[in-house]
Design a protein around this ligand. Structure first.
Ligand SMILES: C=C(O[C@@H]1C=C(C(=O)O)C=C[C@H]1O)C(=O)O
Length: 115
């Protein structure tokens, strides 16, 4: 995409900015945020894989509903404080946790008592 510079202005008013340049700039920020999200998710899954191995070794259940309830309450409060929809934040965390539990079940099934 090429930005058309003919609409550039020096006063910075939103309605006088080149909309294509503004869109490209916002998309650059979105791409940076997505990169950080992927890095953070990868790091979270690296930790939860270790938890899964630990649990399998010590015959602990893959899921911990009490811990999840505390996390959801905390995340909902954080979301509210950040002006993010807490229902969306809860759904997002539940989606991730379901995947983690699936990994833990797979680790327990694979490693059995010898993990
Ligand atoms: C990671 C754990 O295992 C499961 C996954 C959780 C998570 O992804 O945050 C939380 C609780 C457990 O159901 C844990 O027990 O801490």
């Amino acid at each position: 995409m090429t930005a058309d510079r003919t609409h550039e202005t020096t006063n910075g008013a939103d309605d006088q900015k080149d909309p294509r340049a503004e869109l490209a700039s916002l998309r650059q920020s979105i791409d940076n945020i997505d990169m950080a999200l992927v890095a953070m998710l990868a790091e979270r899954f690296r930790c939860t894989q270790e938890v899964g191995k630990l649990k399998a070794r010590h015959h602990m259940p893959p899921a911990d509903p009490a811990r999840e309830a505390r996390q959801i309450a905390r995340l909902r409060q954080l979301a509210t404080d950040a002006h993010l929809d807490p229902d969306f934040a809860e759904k997002f965390l539940n989606f991730i946790i379901r995947e983690v539990i699936r990994h833990h079940e797979a680790i327990a099934g694979k490693t059995g008592t010898a993990a």
